[in-house]
Ligand binder design. Sequence first.
Ligand SMILES: CC(C)(COP(=O)(O)OP(=O)(O)OC[C@H]1O[C@@H](n2cnc3c(N)ncnc32)[C@H](O)[C@@H]1OP(=O)(O)O)[C@@H](O)C(=O)NCCC(=O)NCCS
Length: 297
Amino acid sequence: MTLFAFYGTFTSTQPGHRNLTGARLVERTRTAARYRLYFVDGMWPALIPDDDGVAIECEVYEADEHLLRRLAEIEPPGWSRGPLELADGRAVEAFIADPALAAPGEDVSLHGGWPSFREWLAATRRRRLPDELRTERLLLRQWRDDDAEPLAEIYTQPEYLEHMPPRTLEETRDQIERFRRLWAEEGFAQWAAEELETERLIGRIGLLRHHDWPLEPSPVEVGWTLHRDWWGRGLATEGGRACVDVWRNELVDDPRLLSITIPDNVRSAAVMQRLGLTQRGTAFWHGLDVVWYALDR
Ligand SMILES: CC(C)(COP(=O)(O)OP(=O)(O)OC[C@H]1O[C@@H](n2cnc3c(N)ncnc32)[C@H](O)[C@@H]1OP(=O)(O)O)[C@@H](O)C(=O)NCCC(=O)NCCS
């Protein structure tokens, strides 16, 4: 067993923590005041030794070599195993970043640790988006109680269920409540999508901020679901394009817009591609192997 310190997305409050399954938390502590913490590529926490350093929050684990080798494989290039000095002078190991990453990175040491920096980042990126958006054929609007039944009807359609999990009427009501809460707390969530011509609820389209995405801190995702009878008319693309514009013009501190799906949901991936998102990678998220697309600012 090796005593290994983690300071980033693998720590106990962070979305990458499941990667440490099998390791035992020994203590929560700080490094010696000989490091600085950088935010690299809008994604990665990088601990870099520095004579003018500060103490950075970390967690020390007992981990076996098998786990540490596996983690070394998923670390991005530029991070490698090396000695780390704790606040009380003891030496453990950690993934230390190459000092060359300081230049392109942003020095976030004043936050004292990755979890505090992440909270600050999510708060600074928070924006209130418009309650309503109009496109040529759609009204994207706030949720009403009487949206639950038409939305739940979509969730029973075989075409929907081919790639998506079922949801009862009660669960659909909970989802609408969640969207309303997110509108209040985060400043946005998916909108209810109404067809202008018929004034009918035909689905949901919009943006969600995911604080539990394992690969980068709290990104924004664009997503869509439509009633089967409204597929094939370019409506998801039309609503999605309005969302891309809102991200571009209003969520100005979010460098990237994601869209996430499962690999065989080709219709959803086709919408992503029509909007200019490109496939970037895979992840394990909410118990599923997913593929993610992105558009950079
Ligand atoms: C994902 C989903 C919203 C995509 O619906 P869609 O109808 O394929 O997508 P669009 O509304 O952009 O329509 C595109 C289709 O309309 C056609 N079209 C017609 N007019 C168009 C226009 N003005 N612009 C773009 N496409 C147009 C396209 O050629 C395409 O046709 P196709 O059916 O031959 O592929 C829908 O499949 C769905 O609700 N699925 C279930 C829920 C789901 O999986 N959500 C995503 C979770 S990640």
